[in-house]
Design a protein around this ligand. Structure first.
Ligand code: ADP
Ligand code: MG
Length: 246
């Protein structure tokens, strides 16, 4: 589903990604871990072209792109590529002036692929799936952070992406609200959703990940099944990282 080859990204003279290789099969959950500043968000942002990679190759759900530092991806190809991924951010990023239902309907209405009635039907089904059928007419300021993040997940799903990307989806939540968001993510995983998740929730990684990827300094240092990577880290750097987050 996802094939990343030798992906590089620099901001000016700062090289943040130094040749990332990453493969994620359909239905797999890849959990991305690593110290702050190692490039996790940049990698996710490259996957949906919020950042343009400086070099390397990207393949997502059959769409392929190659970068050489001067690449300008044509608008249409960019849109096509972007539609393959749904992204969930740390801070929810809901539209404050729209109700919960309108937030979830907004994507399909904007891209013009669904009628209003179809968009509403889909949004209601997705809000039911994330356990928020009772909250459809509230505004983001009227719901909890955990509920807001579940709305954000429903909103991303409404665009029917091939892959879901989560960037520290529970980091901004009060501890007692983390579980409800992880549960929704776990249920998506059970239903076969392909996901890449940046998180410090090692319990989630252990239980849900098909693959754990440890990044440091712009490189992938270790990658494999959770039992291997988390249970028997090979590098001192990973051991040291795990001792801090667990
Ligand atoms: P992580 O998500 O692992 O904490 P990031 O991908 O956010 O790390 O950031 C990696 C590095 O790239 C950091 O040093 C950060 O300051 C830098 N960086 C990220 N985005 C930009 C940008 N748009 N311009 C310049 N530097 C950036
Ligand atoms: Mg980040």
């Amino acid at each position: 589903m996802i094939d990343v080859r030798n992906l590089r990204k620099s901001f000016g003279t700062l090289e943040v990604l130094k040749g990332i290789d990453l493969e994620v099969a359909a239905g797999d959950v890849a959990v991305l871990i690593g110290p702050s500043g190692c490039g996790k968000s940049t990698l996710l942002r490259c996957l949906n072209l919020l950042e343009t990679p400086s070099a390397g190759r990207l393949e997502i759900a059959g769409r392929k792109l190659e970068f050489d530092g001067t690449t300008r991806v044509p608008e249409r190809q960019q849109a096509e590529f972007r539609s393959a991924t749904g992204m969930v951010f740390q801070n929810f990023n809901l539209f404050p002036h729209m109700t919960v239902l309108e937030n979830v309907m907004s994507g399909p209405l904007l891209n013009g692929l669904k009628s209003k009635a179809e968009a509403k039907k889909l949004a209601l089904a997705l809000l039911d799936r994330v356990g928020l059928s009772q909250k459809t007419d509230l505004y983001p300021r009227q719901i909890s952070g955990g509920q807001a993040q579940r709305v954000a997940i429903a909103r991303a799903l409404a665009l029917e992406p091939k892959v879901m990307l989560f960037d520290e989806p529970t980091s901004a939540l009060d501890p007692e609200l983390v579980g409800e968001v992880l549960e929704v993510m776990q249920s998506l995983a059970r239903d076969g959703t392909t996901m890449i998740v940046v998180t410090h929730e090692m319990g989630f990684a252990r239980e849900v990940a098909s693959k754990v990827v440890f990044m440091e300094g712009g490189h992938v240092l270790e990658s494999g099944p959770p039992a291997e990577v988390l249970g028997a880290p090979r590098t001192e750097r990973l051991r040291s990282f795990l001792s801090k987050v667990e």
